[in-house]
Design a protein around this ligand. Sequence first.
Ligand code: PHE
Length: 345
Amino acid sequence: MEEELIQIKNTAVSLILDTKNQKELEDIKLQFLGRNGKLTLAIREIAKIAIEKRPEIGQLANGVKQTIEETIEEQELRISSQESIKRKERIDVTSPGIKSNIGHLHPITYVLSEIVDIFKKIGFQAADGPEIETDYYNFEALNIPKDHPARDTQQTLYLDTRKSKVTPGEIILRTQTSNMQIRVMEKMKPPLRVIVPGKVFRYEQVDTSHGFEFWQLEGFMIDKKVTLSDLFGTLTFFLKEFFGKETKVKFVCHNFPFVEPGAEAYISCSICKEKGCSFCKNSGWIEILGAGMIHPNVLKAVKIDPNLWQGFAFGTGLSRMVTLKYQMNDLRLLTNPDLRILEQF
Ligand code: PHE
């Protein structure tokens, strides 16, 4: 009897462990524990054996039953977890795919690459430079000495240098990308045709058309016999390529210390077609960039002989070009992280 019980236990356990699915497991369960199962029948036999042996055999039979039941339970868990893994792995080629989210380029990046492409067509290369700058590159070398009133128009943010050896006020956040005129001319020999996109910073009250941090695009060209008509021609080409052929461009005199003569460029308002609207403050025209012939003092600062070489320079508010292009009425939208704005581009 004892041997029979142990035999039952061993076969049951090995058969249970061999099962591959719930159906097979169910069959084995019936085979051993069902009404006519091997173990059930064996237990019934216990009644027939000598009374003094019964407790011992009964205990053994209970142990066998428990082992078989536990093994079945464990195998059940194993099978169901394997089946769920298989279910996940199965590919239903007819079910619609899950769309993954694709990132978007920021509108500034779009516009920037468009502008770089336009200037590449006419031989300009792009350069990059530091946002933390010295007073020398941002002002001094650009013909804006310490007491020059032009400094007041560019509300400068100064870095706290009190704990360093640097003279106070010498390290700033650049207020204009014009610093790169100096940096590039120091390093590279003319002839030059360069554009520099980049971020600039000013201590401004933030509103719909002002930010304390915005993008500019600087451009300049140095060569022998460069004239004002080269400047006007280049800028008209650029503005018409970017805003559309029908756009009108006009230049008016303006003063910047680092150019002489200086000018501002305006484009005709694309919204009201020069009739006047709130976008162009009823003037029909929108101011878009500052420009001029590079001042001889600037060329001298980088040891380029102004009698041999001339150049023009221009600087445009890149952030403004983006809002104009997409007719956005608030500059702050460009730094707003709300995806509903970005997903429109
Ligand atoms: N740096 C000037 C500004 O920020 C723009 C400019 C650049 C004007 C180059 C003339 C020549 O306002």
